[in-house]
Structure formats: structure tokens, C-alpha cells
Design a protein around this ligand. Structure first.
Ligand SMILES: *Cc1c(COP(=O)(O)O)cnc(C)c1O
Length: 409
């Protein structure tokens, strides 16, 4: 192809640039693959003991998002079986917007009641975001016309992925991480603005919630939070970091994956009224056209919801806090003591991060090497997630290996 023709066809690559992304990331992915760190198929003896059947290699999973271990809880597993038996199906294979099974409505009502919101369910949190954000940009979710969409630089991939679509509707900006001055400036400059961010960040840390709520009061800033990493682990009913401090409202939406701490699967939007849910089901792209949440997943979520109403939730949260405290004592990091379960061990260089992850894997611990575009360039490291059901002996051994290997490098 001639250069002129290529120029006519390619681009504008303002909000995504696959060539740059692949060129940067693929060599590191390949190094991870060459070291046997990706595409590992295992049998699941427990969350702490995964086994590769071909080799018998057993390892502890240090990067599971099942923060409370609910993915293996008997009540969750029983919920699956009960739901399938009661309905006699795994899914009503019809668009959710038109027909949905009563068990799905039951879960919506249950989650709405549990978290004090109007719950809209979807197959994944990514689908919720993909369906909702363009309508926030176009001005359909709140008065004030099309909204300038500010994405935090560290907002999860599932949100950043929708920038290009949002940009077809309104101006899209990227702020520095928790850059309140940038957001305040935009609020003064433009009539309506939305800020899109994680509540508890997938790579650690949290949103600057108090200051953001102040901007909302002053300027009518719309706040869209993905709180996937704190659902279930914080709050009396597991409502999470953001929902513990503020409620969904005309200018606030909270979304989360149910496939992390909640231990089931699916995604949920916590909305402020039924009209918003109905509107999104009609016009929110995949929120309407994609499949219903499967019946086994709904059953698991109902089982998990029951645990959220019981004293066991507080006990599991306390176990998680104890494991976090132990980890922070053994292996202090900049995120120590923040009450959230994601920890990062900074390495800097991507190849070194892959080497460290490989060595730890051979010693029986899987922790994920993270590198660009998962984290900014030059900030590669290991990502570790602490869970309530981790053994203290595993945490102690893991920390000792990391300390030994880091000092050897
Ligand atoms: C994991 C993750 C998601 C993806 O959730 P799905 O329900 O699998 O789409 C979305 N947002 C954040 C912040 C995540 O960490």
C-alpha cells in the first residue's frame, strides 16, 4: 500500500492506537509466555492450591480477586444448584430488555435492597460501562446537554476502552491521577462535566472522594465510579468504598463487577431510580442487546447476597484485614495500610518484573507481572491481591521469597 493511501485510511488514533499498544506490550507478553507465566491451565483444589495437571506443579494464587473467598463458599455453590433446579434452565435466551426471568428480577431487587440503590444487572461490569458512558457523554443521563468526559489517567481499561466512543458524543479529556485541580478547572470552563474513575483502583489506591464530592456540590460534576475492587470487602453490607460514603443520585453512578469480591459473576450498576435503569436497558447498547445474566450466575449471586446479610460477612472482612496487616508488616509498600486489597511490588523494568514473577512461580507462588499498558511505562512490577482465605504461612513464605529475590537482583 502506498503511503498516501495508508494516510487516507488510517487513523485518527486519538483515543486508541493499537499499533503503539501492541508494539510496546507484545514483547513483554511474549517474554511472560516464554517463561510459562500465561495461559496456565489448572485444577482448582482451593484458592491456595492450584495444580497444573500435566506437571503436578502446585502453586498458591497470589492474584485472585476473590477477596473474601466467596467463589468457593458452600452457600454460593448451593445457590447455583438451587437456581438451576428451580428454573430448569441455564438461561432465558432472549434480550434482557424484552423478557427476563423472575429470578433475575429477584436478584435486582435483592442487590438494590442490600446496597440501597436501584440495581441494573448485566453480564459484566465492562458491558455496563460500554453501554452507559456514551449516554452520559451525549447528555442523556442528566440534564445539561453533552458532558465533557474526564477520564482519570489510571481509570481501569474497561473505561478507557470507551473513550473513542464517548468522543463521538462530546469532548473527552484525560486527567492526571486524582488531579483535582484539573477537574476543577474543567468544571469552571465547561457547563457540564463528568469524571470517570475507579473507586478503589485496580492497581491500588482510591479516588479522592471527599474533594470530588465537593466539586459535585459546587459545579454539578457527574461522578462515575467503578468500585469493583472494594465491593463486598468494605461496609456493613459490603457496599464498598464509594457507596459507604455516598449514595447513587442524579449525578452519581456506581458500578461494579460481581466477579471479584462478591464471588459470583456479572456486573451491576447502582442507579438512583428505575427510570434510569429502564432508559439504559433500551438505549445502552449491549445492556439491551446482549444475553441475560445466566441462571447459575444469578444463583451464585443470590447465595452471596445472603452471606452479605449475615454476620459472616464481617468475619470474612476481618480475616482479610488481618491478612493485609500481616502482609504489610512483612513486605511494606507505598500502598501499605490503605485498607484495600491490592498491593504492588515496584520493580520498574518490565523484563525484571517478568523474571521475578517467573522465579516466584517456580517457587510455588503466582503473582502477576504488570507492565505497560496495565501500568505506566517504567512502573512495572508485581501485582498481589490479598484475600481472607489465604494461609498466613503462605503469606510469610511469599514475603520471604520476594525479599530474598529482590536483594539478589
Ligand atoms: C476487573 C475489572 C473490571 C472487569 O469486570 P467484568 O465484570 O469482568 O467486566 C471492571 N472494572 C474494574 C475496575 C476491574 O478491576
Amino acid at each position: 500500500m502506498t503511503e498516501t493511501v495508508e494516510r487516507e485510511i488510517a487513523g485518527p488514533r486519538t483515543y486508541r492506537n493499537s499499533a503503539a499498544l501492541v508494539d510496546n506490550a507484545d514483547p513483554v507478553w511474549q517474554a511472560a509466555a516464554d517463561n510459562g507465566l500465561i495461559d496456565i491451565a489448572v485444577d482448582h483444589e482451593s484458592n491456595n492450591r492450584l495444580v497444573v495437571p500435566e506437571t503436578g506443579h502446585a502453586f498458591a494464587n497470589m492474584c485472585s480477586c476473590s477477596y473474601l473467598g466467596l467463589n468457593r463458599h458452600p452457600a454460593v455453590l448451593e445457590g447455583v444448584v438451587d437456581a438451576v433446579r428451580d428454573t430448569g434452565t441455564i438461561e432465558l435466551m432472549t434480550s434482557t430488555t424484552r423478557i427476563r426471568p423472575t429470578i433475575q428480577r429477584r436478584l435486582e431487587e435483592e442487590l438494590g435492597d442490600l446496597f440501597g440503590a436501584h440495581a441494573l444487572l448485566s453480564t459484566t461490569c465492562s458491558t455496563v460501562t460500554a453501554g452507559l458512558l456514551p449516554l452520559l457523554a451525549s447528555g442523556h443521563l442528566a440534564p445539561g446537554g453533552p458532558r465533557v468526559m474526564i477520564f482519570d489517567r489510571y481509570a481501569h481499561f474497561s473505561m478507557a476502552y470507551v473513550k473513542a466512543t464517548c468522543a463521538q458524543e462530546s469532548l473527552v479529556l484525560t486527567s492526571g491521577h486524582n488531579d483535582i485541580d484539573f477537574i476543577a478547572d474543567a468544571c469552571r470552563k465547561y457547563p457540564s462535566v463528568a469524571y470517570v474513575a475507579d473507586g478503589a483502583y485496580s492497581m491500588g489506591g482510591a479516588a479522592a472522594l471527599d474533594q470530588l464530592l465537593e466539586l459535585q456540590d459546587r459545579y454539578g460534576l457527574y461522578l462515575y465510579f467503578d468500585d469493583s475492587h472494594s465491593l463486598s470487602i468494605m461496609g456493613e453490607r459490603g457496599e464498598g468504598f464509594v457507596r459507604s460514603r455516598t449514595a447513587p443520585g442524579p449525578l452519581t453512578t456506581i458500578v461494579a463487577s460481581l466477579g471479584k469480591g462478591f464471588g459470583s459473576g456479572g456486573g451491576v450498576a447502582l442507579l438512583h431510580n428505575a427510570a434510569q435503569a429502564e432508559f439504559l436497558a433500551r438505549h445502552g447498547g449491549p445492556l439491551g442487546w446482549s444475553q441475560n445474566l445466566s441462571v447459575p450466575t444469578i444463583g451464585a449471586a443470590l447465595g452471596s447476597a445472603a452471606i452479605h446479610r449475615s454476620p459472616e460477612l464481617g468475619e470474612l472482612q476481618a480475616q482479610l484485614r488481618a491478612n493485609l496487616a500481616l502482609f504489610d508488616e512483612l513486605l511494606p509498600t507505598p500502598l501499605s495500610g490503605n485498607g484495600l486489597p491490592v498491593r504492588r511490588i515496584d520493580v520498574g523494568d518490565a523484563d525484571r518484573a517478568v523474571r521475578l514473577s517467573t522465579e516466584l512461580y517456580q517457587r510455588g507462588f503466582y503473582s502477576s507481572a504488570v507492565f505497560f499498558p496495565i501500568v505506566p511505562k517504567g512502573q512495572a512490577g508485581l501485582r498481589v491481591m490479598i484475600r481472607a482465605d489465604m494461609d498466613r504461612s503462605d503469606l510469610t513464605a511469599f514475603a520471604a521469597h520476594v525479599t530474598e529475590l529482590s536483594s539478589a537482583e
